[in-house]
Design a binder for this molecule. Structure first.
Ligand SMILES: Nc1ncnc2c1ncn2[C@@H]1O[C@H](COP(=O)(O)OP(=O)(O)O)[C@@H](O)[C@H]1O
Ligand SMILES: [Mg+2]
Length: 286
């Protein structure tokens, strides 16, 4: 199968380039990207790298442009300058075929992007398959049930409509749709917002498990401190139209930007750290 694709495919290799400074594969590279609406600049020469296999947490005050950046990276909003490379492909200047190759490697869970309410969970999951693949219905059904299981939903959820599901189940079903084509990179915009703390923690655990088992790369916009502390390998903070800081949690604590300080060292953050550390240590012992 893969050989056949390679033979007919002339251009896009979809090989994430290696960052020589650390030997890691760069799945997404954003360089000097500027985005604005009218005379209002939202992002100004922003830079960001996302490495294969990591869970990157993307944070920033409300309205700073987190969703705008995600939509720009996905090619849904245009940028005024700069380049965006996904899996080594300069998306904006790529051919139609190459763009499609890239699109097939990405999964997305939009902030308010729920499922199509007139379709069952199974039909929702099969939408990307119908768009990009030409598979017999039987195989698509099998695949849909597999995805449903993968995200921890019971098999009968596949034939339900979104209105018959709880908020947490809808998020899982939307994640199953994002995973429909076995992507390399998934974009999640505030995936745990609206979930109760237990539902959110379960969702985070699922993300970590999928990363470990599927080798997924995860780009997660979030303002959920629990998520940042429990599953994110690296954090990038958006502020002043750029990535202000990027690094580990320790880097965030050590940073002296006032917003970063108040966010990561504020009262709320301290309570999360204290709450989270104990169970984590207990879990490790067992
Ligand atoms: N389509 C649009 N047209 C004009 N302004 C927009 C559009 N989309 C977003 N914005 C503005 O861009 C800024 C960043 O928005 P957004 O990315 O949604 O913020 P957040 O970081 O909360 O996700 C906001 O000021 C928003 O009003
Ligand atoms: Mg947003």
């Amino acid at each position: 199968m893969e050989n056949a694709v390679e033979e007919t495919q002339e251009s896009a290799v979809l090989e994430a380039p290696v960052d020589k400074s650390n030997g890691r594969q760069v799945v997404l590279s954003v360089r000097d990207v500027t985005v604005g609406f009218g005379d209002k600049l939202v992002l100004d020469k922003l830079n960001l790298d996302v490495y294969r296999g990591e869970i990157l947490g993307f944070v920033g005050a409300s309205g700073t442009g987190k969703s705008v950046l995600m939509r720009t990276v996905l090619g849904l909003l245009s940028h005024r300058s700069g380049t965006i490379e996904i899996l080594g492909v300069d998306y904006e200047n790529a051919s139609e075929e190459d763009r499609m190759m890239v699109d097939m490697r990405l999964g997305v869970l939009f902030q308010h992007g729920a499922l199509f309410s007139a379709l069952t969970v199974k039909e929702n999951i099969q939408l990307p398959m119908r768009e990009y693949l030409d598979l017999p219905q039987e195989l698509m059904d099998e695949l849909a049930y597999l995805k449903v299981e993968m995200v921890g939903l019971p098999p009968d959820a596949a034939d339900k409509y979104p209105s018959e599901l709880s908020g947490g189940m809808i998020k899982r079903a939307a994640l199953a749709r994002a995973l429909a084509l076995d992507p390399d990179l998934v974009f999640l915009d505030e995936p745990t917002s609206g979930l109760d703390p237990i539902g959110a923690a379960d969702f985070d655990a699922l993300i970590a498990k999928l990363r470990d088992t599927l080798g997924l790369t995860v780009y997660m916009v979030t303002h959920d401190l629990d998520s940042l502390f429990s599953v994110c390998d690296r954090i990038a903070v958006l502020g002043n139209k750029k990535v202000l800081v990027e690094g580990t949690l320790e880097d965030m604590f050590a940073n002296d930007d006032p917003w970063v300080q108040s966010y990561f060292r504020g009262k709320r953050a301290r309570s999360v750290v204290i709450e989270d550390k104990r169970p984590a240590e207990e879990v490790e012992k067992t």
